[in-house]
Design a protein around this ligand. Sequence first.
Ligand code: NI
Ligand code: NI
Length: 133
Amino acid sequence: MIKRFGVSIEKDLLEVFDKIIEEKGYNSRSEAIRDIIRDYIVREKWNIKKEKVVGSISLVYEHDVYGLADKLTDIQHHYHDVIISTLHVHFDEKNCLEVILVRGKVEKIKKLYDELSSLKWVRHTNISITDII
Ligand code: NI
Ligand code: NI
């Protein structure tokens, strides 16, 4: 079911908004606002421990650092209940890229992310969260 609601907003603010969404290719304000609300909800969920989300964690590391690959495997086995799949790419001679798809409680996914990102020799980590709304 679709509901309509009215919004009061400063003229200048609306002009800037309209310009941005037009450049992005939105056909209507409604569609843009729906997307913004969805994004807001997902971002807020990320602050609530018990919420469930879906996402991906990517990490870049040097594969020849002694013990690192084993450590990464150990951590992923420990969190097997929130990991759906892992994609490994041998990026170049030295570096590996891993993308870990996760689904589960925010609390646990944050812990996994913290453990991975705080490992020595993991050069960069990033997390992206989404949900079906
Ligand atoms: Ni395994
Ligand atoms: Ni590799």
